[in-house]
Every structure is written in structure tokens, then in C-alpha cells.
Design a protein. Structure first.
Length: 277
């Protein structure tokens, strides 16, 4: 979340009348009311509007983005301002995220178990494609496999959890090569005995970013094709990488297209889970 310029909370003593529709519970799926506070859910649409706005917003902009009238939006902004979730600049009158919301965001990031959250998606991706799925993080000596879920197809060999993958010849490594600064990747390349020409790294980087994924065949283990894609993270965290491994004999263009689509959809959902839109 951006801290932006200096803002302070402005208090305006306008409150929603008691007994308005804002506090009514919506009916549940079966027609019975579910316990909840609808006004809290509506307030979240105001905060969502601020998040999507990408910067300070006027009352009119917030009302339009949250789908409510200006007077109703203003009442919610007043309450959110009192709670420190929203702040209003005294000079411009624009609204932005408040100090309490920034603290919540920072604490949420601190508590986030990125590997644990991403791992929840791994079995579904394996079941959807039928192929082995692995998850990698960046370690001191390059990409490290931290999870491997076997698929329905027998592979000549599998990579053990804890193994470090080569940057240049593995799909996982190529994703990191494309998404990390060269100050991180060049020492690893040298340590792994691979010193490609800068033009080769540029070619790999361009291809991975254009496709959104990296595809290798027999690069690490003969007989295995692999496609990998990044899971983007927030803040200073390095990306994670998810890869599918399948027998080369099964890697027809049609199959590769299907598994790549499934992988990109899954990694997009994983990135969203970690707070990246």
C-alpha cells in the first residue's frame, strides 16, 4: 500500500440514521437471513474503491467506484476516518488509505506464509492436469524445490525436495533468470559453471516474459518436459515458481497448451492470494 503524501483524518459529525437499510441482513442462499453486518460489507466496497483507485480520490470518484450515492459514501468515509482506515487531506480534500489501514496491511504481510498459501493450490493443479507439480523458492545458491506432488504419469526420475535447480537449463531456473535482477543471478550462474553471453540471457528473459512462462524439454532430466511460471509477491519478497513436469512422449503441442493454460490460471490465482492483482 502506498503511503503517498502527508494526510490527516478529518472528522465530520455526520452519521447514518439508526435503522437504515445499511444494517439489514441479506437473505442467505436458502432464503433465511445469515448472521452478519451488511454495513461492514458496504464499508469494504469503499475501501476496495480506494485500493483500485491507486491514489488519492475525491468523494465523487469513490461514490462512483463503490456504486453508491455521494451522501451515502460520505457517511461511510466519516466512520472509516474515525477508525483511522481512511484519511482526508486538509489541502486537497481527497481521500486515501489511513494509518490504521497501512498498519493492518504491513502486519498482514509480516504474518503471511507465502509457501503455505501457495501450497493450497498445488493439489488442485495436479488433479486438473494429471501431471507432477513442484514449487520452488529462491535460496542462497539458486532455486530450491520445496514441494513435489506426484502426478498420474510415471517419470524417469523425480527431483527431491531440497534440490537446487540449474538456472540456465531448467524451466524453474529460467523463470528466475527472467524475473530477478542480474546482481542475484550472475553469481549463481558462475557458481553453477554456466556463463552464457548477455544476449542469451536477454533472449531467455524476453521469451519468458512474453509467454508468461518457461518451457524446457530434457534440459535437466532426459525424457522430462517442464513448464514453469512465477507466483508474484508483494513488498520485497522474491517470487515463487510453480512448475509442471510431464513425460516428453506426452508433451504434444495440444497437451502443452492445455497444461500451460492451467498453470497460468493457477499462478494468477496464487499471486492474487498473496495480494498481487
Amino acid at each position: 500500500m502506498s503511503t503517498g503524501g502527508h494526510v490527516v483524518t478529518t472528522r465530520v459529525d455526520v452519521v447514518a440514521p439508526a435503522g437504515t437499510d445499511d444494517d439489514a441482513d441479506p437473505p442467505g442462499p436458502s432464503g433465511t437471513a445469515r448472521q452478519g453486518i451488511q454495513s461492514v460489507e458496504i464499508a469494504m466496497t469503499v475501501l476496495d474503491a480506494l485500493e483500485r483507485g491507486g491514489g488519492p480520490m475525491s468523494l465523487t470518484q469513490i461514490a462512483h467506484a463503490s456504486g453508491m450515492g455521494a451522501s451515502k459514501a460520505h457517511r461511510y468515509l466519516v466512520s472509516l476516518g474515525r477508525a483511522g482506515m481512511v484519511a482526508q487531506s486538509p489541502s486537497s480534500g481527497l481521500y486515501d488509505m489511513g494509518p490504521a489501514l497501512r498498519r493492518l496491511g504491513a502486519e498482514s504481510l509480516r504474518r503471511m506464509d507465502e509457501v503455505g498459501l501457495v501450497s493450497q493450490y498445488i493439489p488442485g493443479l495436479r488433479d486438473r492436469t494429471g501431471h507432477a507439480v513442484n514449487l520452488a523458492v529462491w535460496g542462497d545458491h539458486g532455486p530450491v524445490i520445496v514441494r513435489w506432488d506426484y502426478g498420474a504419469y510415471a517419470l524417469p526420475i523425480t527431483v527431491r525436495v531440497g534440490a537446487t535447480m540449474p538456472l540456465l537449463t531448467s524451466s524453474v531456473g529460467r523463470v528466475y533468470l527472467a524475473h530477478l535482477p542480474r546482481t542475484l543471478t550472475e553469481p549463481v550462474l558462475r557458481a553453477q559453471g554456466a556463463e552464457p553471453a548477455p544476449a542469451e540471457i536477454d533472449r531467455i528473459t524476453e521469451e519468458v516474459r512474453r509467454r508468461g512462462c518457461a518451457l524446457t524439454s530434457g534440459g535437466v532430466i532426459p525424457g522430462i518436459a517442464s513448464v514453469a511460471a512465477p507466483v508474484l509477491t508483494t513488498g520485497d519478497s522474491l517470487p515463487l515458481v510453480v512448475a509442471l513436469a510431464l513425460p516428453e512422449r506426452a508433451a504434444s503441442p495440444e497437451v502443452l497448451e492445455d497444461v500451460t493454460t492451467a498453470l497460468l490460471e493457477a499462478t494468477s490465482a496464487m499471486s492474487a492470494e498473496l495480494g498481487v492483482a
